[in-house]
Design a protein around this ligand. Structure first.
Ligand SMILES: [Fe+2]
Ligand SMILES: [Fe+2]
Length: 294
């Protein structure tokens, strides 16, 4: 397959530090909370780069873990928000105050929509009030909202909106599009980051994989023109699926011949167990405080 021009460089020394996950690493004292945040460091074109991927639910436990890991958050050059949910965007303004400089924040054009979970009544699930556009901008955030794939740093791209068949099935979530007007929310804002790993292939970082992990991998191959995917890290959102459905997805993942898979957060314990059974040593559990040098 011909490599498309979206990558202008390869990436080396990829280091992913898990600032937040639903479980905490046992090696040291770290805090866990439902949510995800990664501090990602790498070298491209001989230059070091740092990307903060998602900001968890609250900034305080992330700051605690950052100190325990001796990391300097102010070294973040850009922030990527995988989607609107509070467990990925909740800590944003708190972390901006700590970063304390002008910084680009990348997300989908629908990031700030009014999205609700349908329960006995509608429960708001969008970006919280404390992380409003006004508060973000007041604290140094410069929003770059786009649904197109583009290169964030040399060798690292946003997938943009994931192409997929949304069908007509209800998702249990709705977007408010008028005073009394709602339509199904398909989480079209769900985006991932893809690295062009030297000698290895693509490496994909996901938030919740609401678009579907197989769809995300297919889309990444299409956007990059590279069908060699080395690895995946993040939430796979399989927690509401039964064993048959999980095994169907694992069977589809086999086509990609992944050499590294680390899944936590909304993956669900049943899916984590089945993935670890399938992938053996190639499966790494994901915990707050865990560092991966890939
Ligand atoms: Fe999530
Ligand atoms: Fe989510």
């Amino acid at each position: 397959m011909n490599k498309k021009q979206i990558f202008t460089s390869e990436v080396e020394n990829l280091k992913i530090t898990t600032l937040m996950d639903d479980k905490a690493d046992r090696q040291k004292s770290y805090l866990a909370q439902h949510g995800i945040s990664f501090f990602i460091q790498f070298t491209a074109n001989g230059k070091d780069h740092t990307l903060l991927f998602d900001t968890g639910q609250e900034y305080e436990p992330i700051l605690y873990n950052t100190e325990a890991l001796s990391l300097d958050l102010s070294k973040s050059e850009k922030i990527f928000l995988s989607h609107c949910h509070n467990d990925h965007t909740g800590g944003l303004v708190g972390l901006l105050k700590k970063i304390d400089k002008k910084i680009e924040i990348i997300g989908h054009t629908d990031l700030f929509r009014d999205t609700y979970k349908k329960m006995d009544q509608l429960v708001y699930k969008g970006v919280s009030e404390k992380n409003s556009i006004e508060n973000i901008e007041k604290n140094g955030g410069k929003l770059n909202l786009t649904k197109e794939p583009f290169e964030i740093f040399p060798g690292a791209i946003s997938t943009g909106q994931i192409e997929r068949d949304t069908g007509t099935k209800p998702t249990g979530y709705v977007n408010q599009v008028g005073e009394d007007n709602y339509e199904t929310d398909y989480f079209l804002d769900d985006m991932s980051v893809v690295f062009n790993l030297k000698d290895k292939g693509l490496f994909i970082v996901t938030g919740c994989s609401h678009a579907g992990i197989v769809e995300i991998l297919d889309h990444s191959v299409k956007v990059t023109g590279n069908d060699k995917i080395y690895g995946v890290i993040g939430g796979l959102h399989l927690l509401n699926k039964d064993e048959v459905e999980i095994n169907e997805i694992i069977a589809k993942l086999e086509n990609f011949n992944l050499q590294f898979i680390s899944a936590g957060h909304c993956t669900g314990l049943a899916a984590e167990y089945l993935l670890s059974k399938k992938y053996g040593e190639k499966f790494k559990s994901l915990n707050a405080g865990k560092v991966f040098e890939i």
